[in-house]
Write a protein that binds this ligand. Structure first.
Ligand code: ATP
Length: 361
């Protein structure tokens, strides 16, 4: 039986995971799914309380006795440098080698697109390399704080790392019947890393003749995601460019509060988290949008082979937006819990196709 660890974490992470859990429990109960949930007290509170980020024993229990993690957010202004986040989140990412950062950006409702013109369906799925590139943290500073200061930041790319993220993107495109994978790079300036990505992209792409492929420089992609986002299906990018284009794609499809993500080592382990952070500015007010976290539940259900239940969650989320049961970031006046409960009821089919008048408009 798959075991899932819930780590609410810090700030609004606690609030949004509470709602995601509510939805997940309704699905598990409704479809009698064999998923087991446990909740973990890891985060800034615990660190400030007893000076521990995560013990080796806990790390082992999390990674060996569980199949996936659903994380809210880690980050707290009371912890300078967010040491705890480094140990917990980056620890899992690197020690479990979660090399795929999958960020689907789907326009759930045409109203959510901030572009002035009307766009059609948007579903841009981003595969961002998650263990090397800028994350390698290689570099240094010399003569720091003097007028002659020198700063060097390396971008590390291995053939293994490049190949496996590109293959993950093509595998996904094949499995989901998507027509095209686009490589995002800056190969005209970053000749070595860009060259490696381009060569491997062509080689791996040959194994997927049914999937078209093209390449875009990251600057041109930034423009195009605003100009004609409909054109894109699956994007693959290194760590840094993947981060930038996924925030852009997230905002074009409705904003940070809606976007889910998965950190995956295929076949081994997965960590799901909303794209947003702990948002200390709105924490504790009950107004955080829980949809990013709730859509993580949908990714999680897909991951464990329950596409029907996953689709039900997505449908319920779409319905909540259509019915204007939304938090203030989307212009509504519903609270975090209102949205969570509404979606839960919809998923549990207690709510009919025609629902109450909008509560959040
Ligand atoms: P991190 O460095 O952890 O990513 P951050 O401060 O850069 O954190 P977020 O914590 O994601 O970014 O927050 C950015 C802003 O977006 C916040 O100030 C908050 O107002 C808004 N925001 C983020 N997530 C949500 C959400 N779920 N609902 C409503 N507003 C949100």
């Amino acid at each position: 039986m798959p075991r899932i660890a819930l780590i609410p974490g810090d700030g609004i992470g606690v609030e949004v995971v509470r709602e995601a859990r509510r939805v997940l429990e309704a699905v598990v109960e409704g479809a009698a799914l064999p998923l087991e949930l446990t909740e973990w007290d890891l985060g800034a509170e615990r660190y400030l309380r007893d000076g521990v980020t995560i013990t080796e024993e806990e790390f082992r229990a999390l990674s060996e006795d569980h199949d996936a993690v659903l994380l809210g957010a880690l980050g707290d202004p009371r912890v300078p440098g967010n040491e705890h986040a480094k140990d917990i989140l980056l620890g899992m990412r690197f020690r479990l080698d979660l090399y795929v950062n999958y960020r689907p950006c789907v326009l759930l409702d045409p109203e959510l697109c901030p572009l002035r013109r009307e766009v059609g369906e948007l579903s841009i799925e981003i595969f961002r390399e998650n263990t090397e590139g800028a994350y390698a943290g290689l570099g240094g500073s010399f003569k720091t704080g003097t007028p002659g200061e020198v700063a060097i930041e390396e971008d590390l790319n291995t053939r293994l790392g490049v190949e496996r993220i590109i293959r993950a993107a093509f595998e996904h495109a094949r499995a989901k019947g998507r027509g095209r994978v686009t490589l995002v790079d800056k190969a005209n300036v970053q000749r070595f890393a860009g060259g490696l990505y381009r060569r491997v992209f062509n080689e791996v792409g040959e194994d997927y003749p049914e999937v078209a492929r093209d390449r875009m420089y990251v600057d041109a992609m930034a423009m195009d995601l605003v100009r004609r986002p409909e054109r894109y299906e699956v994007l693959v990018a290194n760590n840094l460019f993947g981060d930038i284009v996924s925030d852009l794609a997230a905002v074009v499809t409705g904003g940070l509060g809606l976007a889910p993500s998965a950190n995956v080592h295929p076949g081994r382990f997965a960590l799901f988290e909303p794209v947003h952070g702990s948002a200390p500015d709105i924490a504790g007010q009950g107004i955080a949008n829980p949809v990013g976290a709730i859509r993580c539940v949908s990714l999680l259900l897909n991951h464990f082979g329950y596409p029907e239940e996953a689709a039900k969650v997505e449908e319920a989320v779409r319905a909540s937006i259509r019915e204007r049961v939304t938090t203030p970031d989307l212009g509504g006046s519903a609270g975090t819990e209102d949205v969570g409960r509404w979606i839960t009821e919809r998923v549990a089919q207690k709510r009919g196709a025609v629902s109450q008048p909008p509560t959040g408009a």
